[in-house]
Design a binder for this molecule. Structure first.
Ligand code: DAH
Length: 340
């Protein structure tokens, strides 16, 4: 009986033992599993047992041997992983050091734009970033080979020919087409999203950036409606005193087309480096939707008219937060992001 109790005590030890140093593991190994160790003594004693006892004791001895070997192997492995130093258990109550995260400035800007237009009845509509030529150019009245296609340096995904070419969208105007193809007027929506252009990356240009497009289609929509909507937007975004001006411009999908400037947010119109001493900074393109575009989407241009506009989110952030290097927006530098 003494032998049985001895094995049980050693088994309990093997199953619960903790080592604080590598040396302690080695001492235990020698004491239990060494040539003159406890296990060998026990196996010697085992040989003297009556055959009736041998079965029970043999099983117990083998269990002990396995348990002792496992304890040694596991402890050695743990110490190897820690470079030989006993590791403290982590303190789960320690306060976190990182603090709360920050919204990205472009997300803040996008939300602000959506909020301003949302309050005057514009819903948000979405479209794909990989787009076909039809939605990107053809339906927007860019004729084949028209030089206006070169206004935007396109990343093509697949050249299938004509309106079937597939590309990363170069502007969010493609979502106008998607919405007009699937919805009937009145349509009053904005389309925020990422766009891609094949440009060398610098402080002033990037291969991707963000736009918010706007579209309003109904009966009797006029250029005056467009102007008032954009003036309202500029005042909400940059302050009640903000002045705007519209300059004639050209886009294939609008007629007439215009570009909108606001009085420079830095110098207030007196002239500085931001406005290149003109007193004005350009913030968006706009115009009355060309009747051909409406017809391409199955909307009767004799009954309906509408306006569209498109702005760059980075440009707005630049004017509002004075971020003058576009690369900062995609570098994920915490020192930059923590300021918002
Ligand atoms: N798609 C134009 C661009 O990326 C921006 C734009 C101009 C959008 C005029 C419009 C618009 O909807 O009417 O440069």
């Amino acid at each position: 009986m003494r032998m049985k109790e001895k094995i049980q005590a050693l088994l309990d030890e093997a199953e619960t033992i903790k080592f604080s140093t590598v040396e302690a593991v080695e001492q235990y190994r020698i004491r239990l599993l060494g040539k003159k160790g406890e296990l060998n003594d026990l196996f010697e004693a085992f040989k003297q047992l009556e055959p009736a006892m041998k079965k029970e004791m043999g099983v117990a001895l083998n269990r002990l041997k396995t348990a002792a070997q496992t304890a040694v192997e596991q402890a050695k492995e743990a110490f190897e992983n820690q470079g030989g130093v006993a590791k403290e258990t982590p303190d789960m109550t320690r306060p976190v050091e990182t603090g709360l995260g920050h919204r990205h400035p472009l997300s803040l800007m996008r939300e602000e734009i959506i909020d301003i237009f949302g309050k005057i009845g514009f819903v948000v509509w979405d479209g794909p970033e990989i787009e076909d030529d039809w939605h990107l150019f053809s339906a927007l009245n860019f004729p084949p080979e028209h030089p206006a296609r070169d206004m935007q340096d396109t990343f093509f995904v697949e050249k299938r020919g004509g309106a079937d070419d597939v590309a990363l969208r170069t502007h969010t105007s493609s979502v106008q087409i998607r919405m007009m193809e699937s919805q009937r007027p009145p349509i009053r929506a904005i389309f925020p999203g990422r766009v891609y252009r094949n440009e060398a990356i610098s402080a002033r240009a990037h291969c991707f950036f963000h736009q918010v497009e706007g579209l309003y289609i109904d009966k009797n929509v006029s250029f005056a409606d467009l102007r008032e909507t954009l003036l309202h937007f500029a005042k909400e975004m940059f302050g009640a005193d903000t002045k705007i001006r519209l300059r004639p411009s050209y886009f294939p999908f609008t007629e007439p087309s215009a570009e909108m400037d606001i009085a420079c947010t830095i110098c207030g119109g007196k002239g500085c480096h931001l406005c290149k001493h003109t007193g004005w900074v350009e913030i968006l393109g706009c115009g009355m939707v060309d009747p051909a575009v409406l017809e391409n989407c199955g909307i009767d241009s004799k009954i309906y008219s509408g306006y569209a506009f498109g702005m760059g989110v980075e440009r707005m952030a630049n004017l509002k937060y004075r971020v003058n290097d576009l690369r900062l927006f995609s570098e994920n530098d915490k020192r930059f992001l923590m300021q918002f």
